[in-house]
Design a protein around this ligand. Structure first.
Ligand code: SF4
Length: 761
């Protein structure tokens, strides 16, 4: 507690005390840590409570008192940077002042987030070749030649080529500076814009594609290796959910149990509500004719297509793609009615005619790539061959996953519309697989680790002591694992979240420091009771007069324009879908008549820049959808009005449908309860996060408008009561509620007058 006290004093003011929620959370996390070193905790700490100070304090204290290392994970690279650059130095200084020991913190990102010198040298030489200049094998000389060539011939480079040249020039300087602790080669440190995702690929490799320290001539100055080495030395490693998800989805020791990174004792997952979805995405795979053709091209690039076997294999690719397409097309034809996908169940084989053909074709590719790797030892070729082999093996395992029914996973066939910029605009069928129930994967991979050799020896475990299958002489049974202290924290937790991540500890909720700010703010939900509203919102379907979400868009827009007008701008508009958001942005721009700027996430400007411009201009209005519901932090007068058109319930989709089915089968829930548990609960979480955009500090106040009359009990369009309650529960912190539009407009005008008066005085 003394470390936290000191950190709060250092960061706030002398005499400042931790918030009540911080003190309570600290006690709970310490208890989890002391529970034989492997307790669990599930903490809901509202925004502003100061969670990061709490878990960093626990991690620092664990090292100072018990020499125990921790992993901290958060949702994004930006949050990772914020923890390491802003919060960790305060905690490290406080820990040193209290205990005399200064813990070391380090960031851990994926291998491909850092410049690979070998890939950069290869790509820069390729580009020089195309510019008609000679290259160099040594980064310093190459960097000079490259800069000169770009200065002389830069006019020949346009669009993606120009972007790639800029990134290569920067990456070469990073490679030259390797060894200087200020030079990290971190993608985040690149000062320019990168619009083409292929650009970064030209200067980086994944850990699987790296040719290895024993083979690489740049291994001593390798930037990804240096980053990993810093993490291995650190007491507290700050990583992101993506890396943890790679570990959980593939059951490989990327972080926990990694021999290079060393032993960890505690795991703290901040913004943990996002983890299951990231694990699902990480485990998702697909097969289509386009994927087959793209793989054929990638393999063809690294093999010598003058060789007969390679040529034959590539020619066969078109036939294999055709087989896959015909198989999937036949399944896609069964999609009908209101369905947009064909879910696959037990015994349903999406590639029944083509499986063997694809499998053979892929096996052949692996053999050719193995042979090529044996006969070609140039590092540049080796990276390309490894990349290609990784893709082939990835498709091989995808083929197995999409073909076999497994409980806890979803498989389906759907028809994909190509990206508008794609040259071929023909729609094509695809089969997809996604793990749905990921609790077991998370529990096994992240909350426990395999015992080390010494620990195995200490408990007397050996390969022979494992249970042995009667018919087999091979030892069977997994090595024993050690549980870690596992704490999942979030500002908002969906109901029953512990079950999704395999945490048994009950959810603890901590008081918000923003109660008085919510007390001086209001929630506005417009009612729809008169005939005009009913006609504007409803339509008849199947003999029933029902709420029509398409018509609601125009109705919500009228309210939105009135509210923004009454507030004089200074608003954040959050749309349930991108298409409605674009429509709102266009209408609000024309309604503003130049009195305030209306910015949106569809203006073709990087979102980061757009949000910065909105925050810098008090009267401006920002329009966006899901990414702004969770990722915007504008305290003060910029954001005194947050408008949400309606809860962003996801459209029916195979993954969430499979989650619902799993709950009905395994958790003794009826279909409606399970549906609420998945779809409504996810939408509630987004609604709560959207509401949280309004109050970012104790002195904030304003209005949250949710333009969905179904939230009100009165009127013909109410949500089913359990759903309505679930949504309203997320908004319970607003004490004052308004449903009459004129009263809402007046409240906003009064607020603006108060703000103007405060500024004048
Ligand atoms: S060791 Fe791997 S990542 Fe490092 S420079 Fe060489 S190829 Fe690139």
């Amino acid at each position: 507690m003394k470390i936290l006290d000191r950190a709060v004093e250092d960061s706030v003011a002398p005499g400042a005390k931790p918030r009540p929620g911080q003190a309570m959370m600290l006690k709970d996390l310490v208890e989890a840590m002391l529970d034989d070193g492997h307790g669990q905790a599930q903490a809901e700490g509202p925004t502003g409570v100061g969670k990061s100070f709490v878990y960093l304090t626990v991690a620092a204290a664990a090292m100072a008192a018990r020499s125990e290392r921790s992993v901290v994970s958060t949702e994004s690279l930006a949050l990772q940077a914020q923890i390491v650059d802003k919060d960790a130095p305060v905690i490290a200084a406080a820990c040193e002042a209290v205990t005399g020991f200064r813990p070391q913190f380090a960031v851990l990102k994926g291998w491909s987030n850092y410049v690979c010198t070998q890939a950069t040298v290869d790509s820069a030489n390729d580009m020089l070749d195309r510019l008609g200049r000679t290259g160099d094998a040594e980064p310093k000389a190459l960097s000079r030649k490259f800069d000169k060539a770009v200065a002389d011939k830069g006019k020949m480079l346009f669009g993606e080529q120009k972007e790639r040249a800029d990134v290569l020039a920067w990456a070469l300087r990073q490679a030259v500076g390797a060894g200087d602790p200020r030079v990290t080669g971190d993608k985040n440190a690149y000062p320019g814009n990168m619009n083409d995702s292929m650009t970064w690929d030209s200067v980086s490799v994944s850990s699987a594609d790296c040719i290895g320290a024993d083979r690489c001539v740049f291994a001593d100055e390798c930037l990804p290796r240096a980053a990993k080495a810093r993490a291995a030395e650190a007491d507290v490693v700050v990583t992101n959910h993506h890396l943890l998800a790679v570990q959980a989805a593939n059951d490989v020791p990327v972080v926990i149990g990694s021999k290079t990174l060393g032993e960890f004792h505690h795991v703290f997952v901040d913004e943990g509500h996002g983890l299951p979805q990231i694990v699902r995405s990480q485990g998702a795979v697909e097969i289509s004719s386009r994927a087959v053709l793209s793989l054929a091209r990638a393999v063809g690039k690294v093999l010598d297509d003058r060789e007969t076997s390679v040529k034959n294999w590539m020619d066969a690719g078109a036939g294999v793609a055709q087989y896959v397409n015909e198989d999937l097309k036949e399944k896609a034809q069964r999609i009908g009615g209101r369905d947009t996908v064909l879910r696959l169940g037990e015994g349903q084989e999406p590639l029944e005619s083509s499986f063997a053909v694809v499998d053979r074709w892929l096996t052949e590719a692996v053999e050719m790539l193995k042979r090529a790797a044996k006969s070609n030892s140039a590092p540049a070729a080796e990276i390309g061959l490894k990349r290609a082999r990784g893709r082939v093996e990835g498709m091989k395992s995808a083929l197995d996953l999409v073909s076999e029914h497994k409980p806890g996973a979803a498989r389906w066939v759907e028809v994909v519309t190509p990206h508008p910029r794609a040259t071929d605009q023909t729609k094509y069928p695809v089969v997809r697989y996604t793990p749905v129930d990921v609790a077991g994967m998370i529990r096994r991979s992240l909350w426990t680790r395999e015992m080390t050799e010494e620990e195995l020896e200490a408990v007397g475990w050996s390969e022979q002591s494992a249970p042995v299958e009667e018919e087999s002489s091979a030892p069977e049974g997994p090595k024993p694992r050690v549980p870690l202290t596992s704490a999942v924290l979030s500002a908002t937790m969906p109901p029953g979240f512990g079950r999704q991540v395999g945490i048994r500890a009950p959810l603890r909720k901590y008081p918000s420091p923003f109660d008085s700010a919510y007390g001086s703010s209001v929630l506005f939900v417009p009612r729809a009771v008169d005939q005009a509203d009913l006609q504007a919102l409803g339509s008849s379907a199947y003999g029933k007069f029902k709420f029509d979400t398409a018509k609601h868009r125009a109705w919500a827009l009228r309210h939105m324009i009135d509210l923004v007008e009454a507030n004089g701008g200074s608003a954040l508009i959050l749309a349930a879908t991108a298409s409605s958001g674009k429509e709102y942005a266009a209408a609000l721009k024309s309604a503003a008549r130049g009195r305030w700027d209306v910015l949106s996430q569809w203006d073709g400007v990087a979102l980061r820049k757009q949000v910065a411009a909105w925050k810098a201009d008090r009267a401006s209005v920002m329009v966006g959808t899901r990414s702004l519901m969770t990722g915007v932090d504008a305290a003060g007068d910029t954001c005194t009005l947050v408008v949400v058109d309606r809860p962003a319930r996801a459209a029916s989709n195979p993954v969430d449908d499979a989650r619902v089915e799993a709950l009905v089968a395994n958790a003794d829930m009826d279909k409606w309860a399970a549906d609420r548990f998945c779809y409504v609960s996810d939408a509630s979480l987004l609604l709560e996060q959207s509401a949280g955009r309004l109050i970012r500090k104790v002195s904030d106040s304003g209005m949250l408008a949710v333009l969905d009359p179904r939230l009100l009990k009165a009127g013909p369009f109410s949500y089913p009561e359990p759903t309505r309650r679930m949504y309203l529960d997320t908004l319970h912190r607003f004490e004052t509620k308004i449903s009459v539009p004129e009263a809402a407009h007046q409240w906003l005008r009064n607020q603006q007058a108060r703000h103007a008066g405060a500024q004048a005085s």
